[in-house]
Design a protein around this ligand. Structure first.
Ligand SMILES: [Zn+2]
Length: 266
């Protein structure tokens, strides 16, 4: 689950592709790529036409992969990020925007569809540079596995730091001041470091957080995953790689400029 994107090549538009295995009249174009029309064998759909349609569809897919020098008629294709990464990207854009990151603010979609015109590509690239310039060296907050030192999660102020929601109005998460549990939006637990202990009882997970001062809070539902973990909140200066999605977005919008073709989300 996440957001992907591609930039089609110009071969189809410039007539540089090999002839398709079906007449051109059976094809339409969507997202800059050819597709087999649903009604290309007539309006009536029975089992026989369905079987024929799928056979043609497979041929068309093979053709699309290899009919020009670009695999799948795409000049660039990339995973932009998982949805949580997309959300963290948005939160960094909001945090570092003083009015000069307006293209980035509305850039990423909330669904796997839509496109961005090549006219916007140079603004996207310069705003990505500006975002990184501003972010690098500023404090970032991470939830760290205290045993391995691994940074597990980025702090995301977009959700008030909330990470998981459970029954009974319980949520847990972390922010720069520590790991917290809220009940009906009222904080009932907080600690910079937590031992998370999970027991499976009566068909449900029972999570206990033990704080660094020995305080405890137990609730039914989701903690940070379902394993016993020792976690702590750590602050350190941000580096460019901390901001998700930047590298694939640079590749996609560079290709968009080079080919004067939109970036399509998928
Ligand atoms: Zn091509």
């Amino acid at each position: 689950m996440g957001l992907d994107a591609y930039v089609p090549c110009r071969c189809l538009a410039e007539g540089l592709v090999e002839d398709p295995p079906v007449p051109w009249s059976m094809l339409g174009t969507a997202g800059g790529l050819p597709y087999l029309k649903r009604d290309c064998l007539g309006e009536e759909r029975d089992e026989d036409t369905d079987r024929k349609w799928w056979a043609l569809y497979e041929k068309l897919c093979d053709w699309r992969e290899a009919s020009c020098q670009h695999w799948g008629m795409e000049i660039c294709s990339a995973r932009v990020g998982s949805w949580p990464e997309v959300s963290v990207f948005r939160s960094y854009v909001s945090r570092f925007d003083d009015g000069q990151l307006s293209t980035l603010r509305n850039l990423l979609p909330h669904r796997n569809s839509g496109s961005v015109s090549p006219e916007q590509a140079s603004a996207v690239l310069s705003e990505l540079d500006l975002l990184c310039e501003r972010a690098v060296g500023c404090p970032g907050w991470f939830l760290v596995d205290a045993d391995t030192g691994e940074e597990e999660y980025d702090y995301n102020p977009r959700w008030g730091g909330n990470w998981a929601f459970s029954h009974g109005g319980i949520s847990c998460g972390f922010d720069p001041a520590g790991i917290f549990v809220r009940k009906d939006d009222v904080e009932v637990f907080r600690s910079m470091a937590v031992q998370q202990r999970v027991k499976y009882e009566d068909d449900r997970d029972v999570v206990t957080f033990i704080g660094d001062d020995g305080s405890q809070f137990t609730f039914d539902g989701m903690g940070f995953g379902r394993d016993d973990l020792d976690l702590k909140v750590v602050a350190r200066p941000l580096v460019q790689d901390d901001i998700p999605c930047v590298k694939p977005l640079r590749e996609l919008f560079q290709a968009s400029i080079e080919t004067d073709t939109p970036v399509y989300w998928c």
